[in-house]
Design a protein around this ligand. Structure first.
Ligand SMILES: Nc1ncnc2c1ncn2[C@@H]1O[C@H](COP(=O)(O)OP(=O)(O)O)[C@@H](O)[C@H]1O
Ligand SMILES: [Mg+2]
Length: 319
């Protein structure tokens, strides 16, 4: 299976601070890959780096950054903006990040298709109305004429998803798309994403704090800690046989997929995610880890714990 998205050894720094320190991950066509980890672990920076949307001052390096077999690490901003919104799209926690308050929903949605695909106005309006319907918005004609501030948070989120889908992207990156919404709307949006993925064969990289969501919709899960992917495995394997002490901490309250309820948060582990100084060696989790020993200050091996299951730890904790 060739990966739709392939990220190898991604590093992102802001000045002297390393936000991502050698992260690798892949998303296959039609697959949902969830990225989890506490706040500040580098999940958003990873997704922004992939999309070429890092804030000013952010520097990105990677040994490979491939989308649909195409190396995109060396593309310039003009070439990237041709891909973004077209073959790869991103939705954010806060819809106003991608919606412009000064334009109607209709003009923003149609602009995407006209710019990338040279569609006529009428074609673009049809497509926008169809997608609003698809994301569960009734009276699309009315909504197309409204401004973002006239919509509720849930509607804005749906509009942003519909807008991301205008050009039929192959990859959708969603960064905590439901965190700001109430639980009922969250559930609707997630069902929607799962349905779209099934119908359109989208590859999705989903950042979420909600283990219930992960258990229900992820094919694969990667766990980030302090800028590194410390464990990655197919979903059932990760929940059933977590090997990294950090993953175990996150799953502490909810070890079994069937028993995870919607809205169950990641477990909380005493301590905080450390800032990693330049030249740091060893495991970044060692100060919070009950299994830490002398070897954790040296080079950390990436171990194979099963098929498609990798763990970055000196111990391969048994199940
Ligand atoms: N624009 C920025 N400038 C400097 N540091 C940043 C910037 N954006 C993120 N960081 C830092 O990068 C690290 C990872 O942040 P982020 O990816 O937002 O975490 P997460 O999404 O996992 O909560 C944090 O230490 C954060 O302070
Ligand atoms: Mg984030």
């Amino acid at each position: 299976m060739t990966a739709l998205l392939e990220v190898q050894d991604l590093r992102v720094t802001f000045g002297g601070t390393a936000a991502v320190r050698g992260a690798s991950l892949a998303v296959a066509k039609g697959e949902t890959h969830c990225l989890v980890g506490e706040s500040g672990c580098g999940k958003s920076v990873t997704s922004l780096a992939i999309m070429g949307l890092l804030a000013r001052g952010g520097r990105r390096e990677a040994s490979a950054l491939r989308f649909a077999g195409l190396e995109i690490g060396g593309l310039n901003e003009r070439e990237m903006s041709r891909l973004r919104g077209d073959r790869m799209a991103m939705i954010f926690q806060e819809p106003m990040t991608s919606l412009n308050p000064a334009y109607t929903v209709g003009s923003q949605m149609t602009e995407v298709l006209r710019r990338h695909r040279g569609a006529t106005r009428a074609q673009a309006v049809d497509r926008a109305a169809e997608l609003l319907g698809r994301v569960g918005i009734t009276a699309p004609g009315l909504r197309l004429g409204q401004f973002p501030h006239q919509l509720s948070g849930g509607l804005r989120q749906r509009v942003m998803i519909a807008m991301a889908l205008m050009c039929d992207p192959e990859l959708l990156i969603a960064d905590e798309p439901t965190t700001a919404l109430d639980v009922t709307v969250q559930a609707q949006i997630l069902r929607l994403l799962a349905g779209l993925q099934r119908d359109l064969g989208l590859g999705i990289l989903l950042i979420t704090h909600d283990l219930g969501v992960v258990a229900r919709i992820a094919d694969r899960v990667s766990v980030m800690y302090a800028g590194e992917v410390v464990e990655s495995a197919p979903t059932a394997e990760l929940f059933g046989n977590p090997r990294h002490p950090y993953t175990r901490g996150l799953l502490a309250c909810v070890p079994v997929p069937g028993k995870v309820k919607r809205g169950d948060p990641l477990g909380s582990i005493p301590g905080v995610v450390p800032r990693i100084p330049p030249g740091f060696r060893g495991c970044a989790f060692r100060d919070r880890c009950e299994y830490a020993h002398a070897e954790c200050s040296g080079p950390i091996p990436r171990q194979q714990a099963g098929p498609g299951h990798e763990v970055l730890c000196t111990l391969a904790l048994a199940a």
